[in-house]
Design a protein around this ligand. Structure first.
Ligand code: SF4
Length: 331
């Protein structure tokens, strides 16, 4: 039985592709790839479990931050480096194909469905750059393309594949129904790099940090991002989930320079102070930002304390309202 690795987000395209290949007698391993600003692994796991699929989840490596900063093929409509990103994902898929001793890779890409990365020439370029031209097939659009090596070698019968193009979803929905998909996932990439309202946070990092790490992007969704100066920023949680995520990111081994402030004598938001050279003044500004976004009825301005932690300190310290706190721009 031939074996395939299928790039799997849990969205309709990749789900239909996976189920279709399985129906054709292919042993499939679904592969979900997590990037700093696109993590749909929970949804992918739920889908995989519902359909009895084998799922592997991989994270992109540290080189991904460089790809956001300097994409070889540029950005899409926001700060989404889709072509570079697809190349990176297919390189991971190629690695997993070797580990799993699979015969080929498949994706749910449809020609012309996405303007940033799924035009015919872009699909060819992505496969070439990732070094997977001879082991990649896009089953939903295969018959609208030249036969792939996978088809020529008889691993897949071209006649059983499809010739979908464009953004319409009617045929895809039909296929989904035939394959027993009742709960149709909504079309959404889930990638924050594509969101125009989110892009200013990413651009702010790119403007001020010449050598960002994945972590610098990962932290951006979890609060209000306050720029303190060229080298220092602060992320202040908006809710309990943000607080948990800021603590989780602070505790990561690969954390760059950062301090965590958590209210100790009152109820309020956690905050991360981020920078390689923050000083007492920055720390005081960060304390002022915690109070800026706290409910004034919930703390005593003369008696507000936080737990302050960084690489060398873990202490209870007093913070003070900053009359200039609202002067700092936040995204
Ligand atoms: S939408 Fe995001 S995750 Fe998807 S290819 Fe583009 S940059 Fe990558």
């Amino acid at each position: 039985m031939p074996k395939a690795i299928v790039l799997f987000s849990g969205g309709l395209d990749s789900l239909v592709t996976t189920l279709m290949l399985r129906r054709l007698g292919i042993e499939v391993v679904a592969l979900n790839i997590v990037t700093p600003l696109h993590d749909v692994s929970q949804a992918a796991m739920a889908r995989a479990e519902a359909f009895g699929l084998t799922l592997r989840v991989r994270r992109v490596d540290e080189s991904y931050a460089g790809l956001i900063a300097h994409p070889k093929w540029g950005y899409g409509s926001a700060v989404n480096p889709c072509i570079d990103c697809r190349v990176a994902m297919l390189k991971i898929a190629r690695q997993v194909m070797r580990e799993e001793q699979a015969d080929f890779i498949a994706t749910g890409e449809v020609i012309g469905q996405r303007p940033n990365s799924q035009k015919m020439h872009q699909l060819a370029l992505i496969a070439k750059e990732a070094g997977v031209t001879d082991c990649l097939v896009r089953p939903l659009s295969a018959r609208a393309m030249n036969p792939s090596r996978v088809e020529r070698d008889g691993l897949l019968d071209r006649e059983q594949l499809h010739a979908l193009t464009g953004r319409g979803r009617t045929k895809l929905m039909q296929l989904a129904e035939e394959l027993g998909v009742r709960d149709i996932p909504q079309p959404a990439s889930g990638c924050l790099l594509c969101e125009k309202t989110f892009a200013p946070r990413v651009r702010d990092v790119l403007r001020h940090n010449l050598n960002p790490a994945n972590w610098h992007f990962e932290v951006l969704p979890f609060g209000r991002v306050v720029r303190i100066d060229a080298n220092t920023q602060c992320v202040v949680a908006r809710n309990i989930d943000d607080c948990r995520n800021l603590v989780r990111l602070f505790e990561q081994d690969d954390r760059p320079g950062a301090a965590l402030l958590e209210p100790d004598s009152f109820t309020g938001p956690a905050a991360l102070l981020i920078g390689d050279s923050y000083n007492a003044e920055h720390e005081s500004v960060a304390g002022g930002q915690v109070l800026r976004f706290s409910n004034p009825n919930r703390y005593d301005p003369a008696n507000a304390f936080v737990r302050f932690r960084d690489a060398t300190r873990d202490e209870r310290r007093q913070v003070f309202p900053d009359p200039d706190a609202s002067e700092y721009k936040h995204f």
